[in-house]
Each structure stands twice: as structure tokens, then as C-alpha cells.
Design a protein around this ligand. Structure first.
Ligand code: 8YV
Length: 328
């Protein structure tokens, strides 16, 4: 029996490609060539499965052009690159890569919070550029982290990880807002208190965004929300670009309406709003919150295991939609 044909859209760990080759007829992209939408569709012709990263968009046009496609396995927990409704309508299974990146991403959220509040990159640039001539009492004086109020918008697994770090590691007063409130046992384990979004914005010294991107979270932090925040507050986004209105954020940072921001994700990335690039009170990183080798390996493996389980007829491990008759 011939093996199912799959596409691996981006360069990937050689061992993951080798594993996939045991089960599938694989077209890979180990050269990591950038494909536009037409190039992606061209490579998908005749493929029943694809391993995507968050960079490849699977929408109605792709689905219409690739009628043999049965499953898209995303190597990311977020899957806003999938039009899930269109995939379900086309009978295409989607899977994501949750859990394996939770703690690593929460670590990074905290690293970005610390770097932002304590002005780490700004002061390093100062030092490297030879401007450090002598000590001064207020030189790069930042915001206090320990004992301050940590606000978390979006309290899924990563948000809970950030909460635990803040509460247990830094003695922070942790507040959160989420579509739905956590059950009391989980709330008390995270030492986090549920508040309305407005209260969260008004009281947080450090606000960390960890909510999924969707039409309803588009510009969840815009000019009106930024206006509610403390002028001393820091904002950290490890969720998705588009959740923050980057132009409004740059204006707020420039005018000192909030103190600083740490951003790992951007609207329209890899482009970064030029107004953000011009500011010194921002820490900017290129979407690396899950980037440790063990975690990226685990994400790749989970995406591969989803493809293998699906085609073996066991059903996907971490589905994002339910597709009638998805068992092969
Ligand atoms: C990925 C992420 O690295 O998992 C996610 O949702 O944002 C990152 O961990 C990125 O999406 C590439 O797949």
C-alpha cells in the first residue's frame, strides 16, 4: 500500500523529518524557502496532510485548491493561521501543539516582563555604545517587580504559568481576566483573583497578554484600554500580534501614558511598526517565546504524532476541530 503524501512546510528537526518519512511520502522544505500563498498551494497538490507552522495560512482558498488535503498539523498552540470553520466545512482536520510549550512560554513571558520593567535591553545598548561614564542615582531606574500587581489577560495554561511565577517566585498580587473564570481550586493554586477587564487595566503594574487571537480579541488593547492603564505600567505581549493596536501602543509609549512594553509578537510580523522601532522603552523580540530546543523538539514531535495518529486511524491527539468521519 502506498504511503500517504504529506508536505512539511518549513525546515524542521532532521529527526522529525526522518520519523515522518517512516510513515509518509514526504515533501519537505529543509532549505526553508519562503513560499507565497501560490507556492504553498502548488506544493500541497496531491498531498493528504501538511505540517504547518504559525506562518502558513490555511484558508478557504487553500482548501478549495487542495481537495485531497485531509489534515493540517500546526506546530504551534495558537492556530489563528487556520480558518477552522472552512476546514471543518471541507472535512479537513486541524491539530495544534498545546501543553508541551506551556512552561517554556511562561518562562519567556516572565523574562520579557523583567527585561521591560528593569530596562535591561535599553541599558545594555547604553553600555555597548560607550555611553556609560559614571554611576547615577536614577540611572535606568525601572519599575518594581516583586510585590507589585501582576495582571494577566487570558488565563489559559500559559497564563496560569505566568501567574504561578509571579505569585510564588516574586510575591506578586496576581489578578486576571478571562472569558470564563477558573474554578476556585485552580484560582487558589495560581493565587490569582478574577477581576473585570477594566479593573485589571486600571490596577496592574505589569499586564501580560496571553489570550488567543480571534476576531473578538482583535485590538483588545487599543487606545481606550491603554488610557486606563497606570502611567508607570508595563505591558507584555506573548500572545499574538493584532491583539494590541501597535500604532496606539507606540503613541502611548512615546507620550509616557504607559512606561514600557515588552513585545514578542506584532501586527503583520515579521514587519514591526516603525514607531515601535523608534522607541527606547520597548523590548522587542522576534516571536521566540517557545524557543528552547527541547520545547521546539517537543512541538515538532507532537505535530508529527498528530499526523501519524490521524493516518493510522487513531484520530488526532490534539484536534482543534471535529470532522465527521475523520478516521482514516
Ligand atoms: C510558535 C506560537 O513558535 O505556539 C504558538 O502559538 O506562537 C509559537 O510557539 C510559532 O507560532 C511558530 O509555529
Amino acid at each position: 500500500m502506498s504511503k500517504p503524501r504529506i508536505l512539511v512546510a518549513r525546515a524542521l528537526f532532521p529527526e522529525t523529518v526522518a520519523l515522518l518519512e517512516q510513515h509518509f511520502d514526504v515533501e519537505h522544505n529543509q532549505a526553508d524557502e519562503p513560499w507565497d500563498a501560490a507556492g504553498f498551494i502548488a506544493r500541497l497538490q496531491g498531498k493528504q496532510g501538511v505540517l504547518t507552522t504559525g506562518s502558513e495560512c490555511v484558508d478557504a482558498a487553500v482548501l478549495a485548491a487542495c481537495p485531497e488535503l485531509r489534515i493540517c498539523a500546526n506546530m504551534a498552540v495558537g492556530y489563528n493561521n487556520f480558518d477552522v470553520e472552512a476546514m471543518s466545512a471541507a472535512g479537513v482536520q486541524g491539530t495544534n501543539a498545546p501543553d508541551v510549550l506551556t512552561e517554556t512560554t511562561a518562562d519567556f513571558g516572565f523574562a520579557l516582563l523583567m527585561a521591560t520593567a528593569r530596562r535591561i535591553t535599553e541599558s545594555e545598548h547604553f553600555l555597548r555604545s560607550g555611553q556609560w561614564k559614571r554611576w547615577r542615582y536614577d540611572m535606568f531606574a525601572g519599575a518594581e517587580v516583586h510585590g507589585s500587581t501582576l495582571g494577566i489577560l487570558g488565563m489559559g495554561r500559559i497564563g496560569q504559568g505566568v501567574a504561578r511565577r509571579g505569585a510564588y517566585g516574586f510575591g506578586m498580587n496576581v489578578l486576571y481576566h478571562n472569558r470564563s473564570r477558573l474554578d476556585p481550586a485552580l484560582e487558589s493554586e495560581c493565587r490569582a483573583r478574577y477581576v473585570g477587564k477594566e479593573e485589571l487595566l486600571k490596577t496592574a503594574d505589569h499586564l501580560v497578554l496571553v489570550l488567543p487571537y480571534s476576531a473578538s480579541s482583535h485590538h483588545a488593547i487599543g487606545a481606550a484600554e491603554l488610557a486606563l492603564m497606570k502611567p508607570t505600567a508595563t505591558l507584555v505581549n506573548i500572545a499574538r500580534g493584532g491583539i494590541v493596536d501597535d500604532a496606539a501602543l507606540a503613541a502611548a509609549l512615546r507620550e509616557g501614558r504607559i512606561a514600557a512594553a515588552g513585545l514578542d509578537v506584532f501586527e503583520g510580523e515579521p514587519r514591526v511598526h516603525p514607531d515601535l522601532l523608534a522607541l527606547s522603552n520597548v523590548v522587542l523580540t522576534p516571536h521566540i517565546a517557545s524557543a528552547t530546543m527541547p520545547t521546539r523538539r517537543a512541538m515538532a514531535r507532537l505535530a508529527a504524532d498528530n499526523l501519524i495518529a490521524f493516518f493510522h486511524g487513531d484520530g488526532p491527539l490534539t484536534p482543534v476541530n471535529s470532522v465527521m468521519g475523520s478516521k482514516v
